[in-house]
Design a protein around this ligand. Structure first.
Ligand SMILES: Nc1nc2c(ncn2[C@@H]2O[C@H](COP(=O)(O)OP(=O)(O)OP(=O)(O)O)[C@@H](O)[C@H]2O)c(=O)[nH]1
Ligand SMILES: [K+]
Ligand SMILES: [Mg+2]
Length: 514
C-alpha cells in the first residue's frame, strides 16, 4: 500500500520514513508504518532569508547594473500593492498584468522621479506566487537609485538578498529545484547550446523525468508493502513481487543510460576541454588565435615558442569550450622547454577533444612521424566509450602545398586541410568541431535531458545503488527500505525533501534581483 499523508499544519510535512538522517523523528504510527516527521517551512525560516508569508516585501533592481535604456525594478510580497499605490499617480492599482504609464514620485518629498511603465501581478499568478510589481524605469543611475530609495522608505519593504525572488518561487511551488537550476544556468548562459539546455531544464524536462522514475519506485514499493501486509491472504493477486522486480530492472536500465551521459551535461554547463597539440611550429598558436579571435598566444617562426599552457574560454560553434594552447612536443631540448612539454602532455590527458596539428608541408619529418605514431595512434586505438578522448587531425599550412595535395609521406588517418594564413578550410574545421562537440557535450536540440550538475549525478547514482540493495536483500522489510532510499534520492533531485544546505548552495548562484 502507498502511504501519503498531508498534515493540516502548514509547517510540517509528513512523509514515509525514507530518510535515515532523521532517526530521532521517527515514530511508529498506529498502523505499524514508521513515519518521519520533518520540518519543511519552519527550518527554512531559520536560514537567513525569511520564508514567504513571513510578511517581508522585498525589492531589487532586476536588470543589469550600469547605464542602460530601461531598468526593471521588482517587488515581491504582501506590501507590493501598497508600495505601487503610494509611489505612483494616479494612485489606483493598474489592471493586473497590463502595462500602464505612471508618474513615479518619492512618497516622502513628493518629488517626481520618472515616468515609468508599471506592471501589477497579484499573487498567486506571478513569478514568485506572491503579489509582485515591476517598475520599468529609465535606466540612468540617478533614476534607479531614486526609485530604490523611495521603495526602501515604504514600511514593510526591504532590499532582496541574492536569489531571494527565485527562492520564494521555489518555496511557493512555482519552480522545482531542477527548474531553479535551469533558471540560474539561463541567466549565466554564454553560448547557444547552454541557453537551449537551460531553457529545457527550466521547462521542467528533467524534473518530469525524475517524477516518472519516482512514481515507478513508488509502485514497486506498493507491491512489496502489499506483500508484506497481505502476503498470506488469498485475495492478493499472483506475482506481486515479480512485478516489483520487473519495474526495478527497467528503471535500472533507464538510470544507467542517463548516468553514462552525465559527463556530457556537465561539460555543456562548464565547458569542454579542447587541447591543441602537435610538433613545434605546426601552427598551434596560430590556430588558437584564429579560433578565439584574439591574440592569446605568441606566434613566431622560432620552434619552441609556446612553453606554458595557455587556456582561453571560447564559444566554438555554439558550444562552450576551454581551449588550451600547448608547447610543441619534442625531445632533447633545454630544461625550460622540457617542462613545457611535460605540461603539454599533462594537459593532453585531461582533454575531451584533441586538436592534433601537423605542418602539411613537413609530414615526412621525424617530429611529424613521431607525433603520428604516438599521440594520434594511441587515441585512435582507444575503444569508443564516453570517457574516451576524441581527436581531430588537422594538416595546417595547406597554402604551402602544391595543387596535388600533400607529397609522399606516411599513411594518414582521416584529416582536414587548413591554412591559418589564408583561412582556407576554416569553415570545414568549424563544422567538424560542431559535430565533435555535440558528441562530447550532448546536443540539447536533439538529445534527451542532460544531467548538468554533479548533484544530479550523485542522486541518480544513489538511487541506482539503492536499487542494487533492493535486489540483494533477502528480507522483505529491508527490500522495502531500499526502495524508500531510492525514491528519496529521486525526490531530492527535484527538491522535494530538499535540505537547506543544498538550497543555500544553489541559490548562491543567483544575483540580487533574480
Ligand atoms: N604559410 C603558413 N604559415 C603558417 C601557417 N600557420 C602558421 N604559420 C607560421 O608558422 C610559424 C609557427 O606558427 P606558430 O603558430 O607559432 O606555431 P606553434 O605550433 O604554436 O609553434 P610552437 O609554439 O613553437 O610549438 C609562424 O611563423 C606562423 O606565421 C599557415 O597556415 N601557412
Ligand atoms: K613557433
Ligand atoms: Mg605556439
Amino acid at each position: 500500500m502507498v502511504h501519503s499523508l498531508t498534515c493540516p499544519h502548514p509547517c510540517f510535512l509528513l512523509v514515509p520514513a525514507s530518510e535515515p538522517q532523521f532517526p530521532h523523528l521517527q515514530t511508529p504510527d498506529p498502523g505499524g508504518a514508521v513515519w518521519n516527521v520533518r520540518w519543511a517551512l519552519c527550518t527554512r525560516r531559520s536560514s537567513g532569508a525569511p520564508a514567504p508569508g513571513s510578511g517581508a516585501t522585498i525589492f531589487a533592481l532586476s536588470s543589469g547594473q550600469g547605464r542602460c535604456g530601461i531598468a526593471v525594478i521588482r517587488t515581491s510580497g504582501p506590501a507590493s500593492g501598497h508600495a505601487l499605490r503610494i509611489l505612483t499617480a494616479p494612485r489606483d492599482l493598474p489592471l493586473a498584468r497590463h502595462a500602464s504609464l505612471r508618474l513615479l514620485s518619492d512618497p516622502r518629498s513628493g518629488e517626481p522621479l520618472d515616468r515609468a511603465l508599471v506592471l501589477w501581478f497579484p499573487g498567486p499568478q506571478s513569478f514568485t506566487g506572491e503579489d509582485c510589481v515591476e517598475f520599468h524605469v529609465h535606466g540612468g543611475p540617478a533614476v534607479v537609485s531614486g526609485v530604490l530609495q523611495a521603495l526602501g522608505s515604504v514600511p514593510g519593504l526591504r532590499p532582496a538578498e541574492a536569489g531571494e525572488f527565485t527562492r520564494r518561487a521555489f518555496a511557493n511551488g512555482k519552480l522545482n529545484l531542477t527548474e531553479v537550476e535551469g533558471l540560474a544556468d539561463l541567466i549565466h548562459a554564454e553560448t547557444e547550446a547552454q541557453r537551449r539546455q537551460a531553457l529545457r531544464q527550466l521547462d521542467g524536462e528533467l524534473g518530469h523525468l525524475c517524477r516518472g522514475w519516482a512514481e515507478t519506485v513508488t509502485k514497486a514499493l506498493a507491491h512489496v508493502e502489499a506483500y508484506i501486509d497481505f502476503g498470506e491472504d488469498d485475495n492478493l493477486e499472483e506475482g506481486v513481487l515479480e512485478q516489483a522486480d520487473i519495474k526495478v530492472r527497467a528503471l535500472e536500465v533507464a538510470l544507467g543510460a542517463h548516468l553514462r551521459d552525465a559527463r556530457r551535461g556537465q561539460r555543456l554547463r562548464s565547458g569542454a576541454h579542447v587541447v591543441v597539440t602537435g610538433p613545434p611550429n605546426a601552427g598551434k598558436s596560430s590556430l588558437v588565435n584564429l579560433l578565439s579571435r584574439k591574440p592569446v598566444s605568441i606566434v613566431s617562426p622560432e620552434p619552441g615558442t609556446t612553453r606554458d599552457v595557455l587556456e582561453t574560454p571560447v564559444d566554438l560553434a555554439g558550444f562552450p569550450v576551454l581551449l588550451s594552447d600547448t608547447a610543441g612536443l619534442r625531445e632533447g631540448v633545454g630544461p625550460v622547454e622540457q617542462e613545457g612539454v611535460r605540461r603539454a602532455r599533462e594537459r593532453l590527458e585531461q582533454a575531451d577533444l584533441i586538436l592534433a596539428m601537423l605542418d602539411a608541408s613537413d609530414l615526412a619529418s621525424p617530429s611529424s612521424c613521431n607525433f603520428l605514431a604516438t599521440v594520434v595512434a594511441s587515441v585512435g586505438a582507444q575503444s569508443p566509450s564516453d570517457s574516451s578522448q576524441r581527436l581531430l587531425l588537422v594538416l595546417n599550412k595547406s597554402d604551402l602545398l602544391s595543387p596535388e595535395g600533400p607529397g609522399p609521406g606516411p599513411d594518414l588517418p582521416p584529416h582536414l586541410l587548413l591554412s591559418c594564413l589564408t583561412g582556407e578550410g576554416l569553415d570545414g574545421l568549424l563544422e567538424a568541431l560542431r559535430k565533435e562537440l555535440a558528441a562530447v557535450c550532448g546536443d540539447p536540440s536533439t538529445d534527451p535531458p542532460l544531467l548538468t550538475r554533479a548533484r544530479h549525478q550523485h542522486h541518480l547514482q544513489g538511487c541506482l545503488d539503492a536499487l542494487g540493495h533492493y535486489k540483494q536483500s533477502k528480507d522483505l522489510a529491508l527490500a522495502a527500505e531500499a526502495l524508500r532510499v531510492a525514491r528519496g534520492h529521486l525526490t531530492r533531485l527535484t527538491g522535494g525533501g530538499g535540505t537547506e544546505e543544498i538550497l543555500d548552495i544553489i541559490f548562491r548562484d543567483f544575483c540580487v534581483g533574480k
